[in-house]
Design a protein around this ligand. Structure first.
Ligand SMILES: [Fe+2]
Ligand SMILES: [Fe+2]
Length: 382
C-alpha cells in the first residue's frame, strides 16, 4: 500500500536515465508503486529517441554517465529543445556548488541527491507532474480561447459586412428613387460623393464621418422626390414662386434622412448643401462654421463637378477653368479651408473618380422604360 503523504496525480509518465542499472531498477520499483508509468534507459541517446516519439510528464537524469556520448546536463539540455514544457530533474551524488550552478544554467526544475529519500523523489515528481499538467492545460485553454476569439471576430466581421451591405442597399434604393424623378444624373451624384470624400480625407476627418459625408453627398438632392412634377419636370424657366418650392428640396431631404439613425450626418450634408460660406445660400442662410463641415466640403466638390461636366445647356469646361472659378469664390461661396484641401488633390485622382462614377452609374441606373415621360434619354448624358 502506498504510504506516501503526497497525493499523486494519476497516470503520469516518467522517464529516467542512469548508466547504473541498479539505480534504474530501484527508481522503477519505487515510482511504479506510486502508480506512475516509468520508462528507463541506460543510454541517453536512446532516451532522446523515445522522447521524440512519445510524450512524458517528467524527465529525470543522473548527473554523471560513465558513457562517452553525453553528460546528464547535455542530455537534459537536449530534452528541453525537444519538449520545452516538460520539467527536468537532475539526480546527483555530487553534493557540490558547481553542480547546482550547472543545473541552474540549463534551467533544471529540481536537483535531487543520490542516494535519494523515497519521499523526496516522489514529492518532487508529484510537484513536477502537477506543474506540467497546469502548463499544458493553460496552453489548451489559451488555444481554445483564441479559437473562440477568432470565431467571435469572424462573426463580428460577417455582422459588420451585413450591416454595410444593408446600408448600401438602403442608399441604393434612395438614389434609385431620386433617379426616377430628377434630371441630374446618378454619375454626377456619385462623382460629387467621391470628390467630397477625397477632400474630406485630406482634411483628416475620421473614417465613419468620411462615410457619412460620402453618403450625404451621394443623396444631396434626394429631397427632390418631394418636389411636385409640374415644377421638377418643368421644361422652361421656373417662376420665383416655383423656385421657392424647388428650394425646399434641401429641407425635405434633410427631413427624410434624419429619420434614419445611421444617416444623421448625411442628413446634415443634405440639409446644408445649398448654404454658402458667406451666408448667401439657402434654405436657412447659415454661414461659416454653422454650415456642417460635410456640406462645406460638398460645395467645393459640387462647384468643381458642375463646371467640368456636360450640362444640357453647355458643354464641360476644363479642370483649370473650374479651379479658377473655385479660387474666385473662395471665401465667399466656399470655405477657404475646404478649398485648400481640394487644391492638394491631383488630376489623376479626379480621373480615377470620374471612371469609378461612370461604372457605378451604369450598374445602378434605372431602366429607361421605367423613367417618367421626358426623363428617358437624359441618362445618356452621364
Ligand atoms: Fe447636384
Ligand atoms: Fe440641390
Amino acid at each position: 500500500m502506498n504510504t506516501t503523504p503526497t497525493q499523486f496525480p494519476v497516470g503520469a509518465r516518467i522517464l529516467y536515465v542512469d548508466d547504473d542499472t541498479f539505480m534504474l531498477n530501484a527508481f522503477r520499483r519505487m515510482v511504479r508503486l506510486s502508480g506512475y508509468e516509468v520508462v528507463t534507459f541506460t543510454s541517453p541517446l536512446e532516451a532522446l529517441n523515445e522522447i521524440r516519439e512519445s510524450s512524458f510528464d517528467v524527465i529525470c537524469s543522473d548527473y554523471d554517465y560513465r558513457l562517452p556520448d553525453m553528460t546528464g546536463l547535455d542530455f537534459l539540455t537536449e530534452v528541453h529543445r525537444i519538449a520545452p514544457e516538460v520539467p527536468r530533474i537532475l539526480i546527483t551524488a555530487h553534493h557540490d556548488f558547481e553542480v547546482a550552478v550547472d543545473a541552474f544554467h540549463v534551467g533544471i526544475s529540481r536537483l535531487l541527491p543520490k542516494p535519494w529519500k523515497r519521499e523526496t523523489v516522489l514529492g518532487a515528481l508529484a510537484d513536477a507532474v502537477r506543474t506540467v499538467r497546469l502548463f499544458r492545460e493553460n496552453i489548451r485553454l489559451t488555444a481554445l480561447l483564441e479559437q473562440h476569439a477568432d470565431a467571435l471576430a469572424q462573426l463580428n466581421r460577417s455582422l459588420d459586412q451585413k450591416v454595410s451591405e444593408r446600408t448600401d442597399q438602403v442608399i441604393s434604393a434612395l438614389i434609385t428613387c431620386l433617379d426616377y424623378r430628377d434630371e441630374e444624373t446618378m454619375a454626377h451624384s456619385k462623382r460629387v460623393s467621391l470628390m467630397t470624400r477625397a477632400i474630406a480625407e485630406r482634411m483628416g476627418l475620421p473614417e465613419q464621418e468620411l462615410l457619412d459625408i460620402e453618403w450625404g453627398a451621394l443623396l444631396h438632392d434626394v429631397g427632390k422626390i418631394g418636389v411636385p412634377d409640374r415644377i421638377l419636370l418643368k421644361p422652361g424657366k421656373l417662376t420665383p414662386e416655383e423656385w421657392l418650392i424647388m428650394r425646399r428640396h434641401a429641407t425635405i431631404g434633410h427631413h427624410m434622412l434624419s429619420r434614419l439613425d445611421f444617416l444623421q450626418n448625411a442628413a446634415k450634408v443634405v440639409g446644408d448643401h445649398h448654404e454658402r460660406f458667406d451666408g448667401s445660400g439657402y434654405p436657412r442662410g447659415k454661414s461659416y462654421m454653422d454650415i456642417y463641415i460635410g456640406a462645406r466640403i460638398f460645395a467645393v466638390a459640387d462647384t468643381f463637378d458642375a463646371i467640368t461636366s456636360d450640362r444640357p445647356y453647355r458643354s464641360a469646361q476644363s479642370d483649370e477653368s473650374a479651379i479658377a472659378e473655385i479660387e474666385r469664390v473662395c471665401g465667399t461661396q466656399l470655405d477657404p479651408i475646404c478649398v485648400a484641401a481640394f487644391m492638394t488633390i491631383t488630376e489623376e485622382t479626379w480621373t480615377t473618380i470620374r471612371d469609378e462614377a461612370r461604372t457605378w452609374a451604369a450598374d445602378h441606373a434605372a431602366p429607361a422604360e421605367a423613367l417618367p415621360m421626358g426623363r428617358a434619354g437624359l441618362l445618356s448624358a452621364v
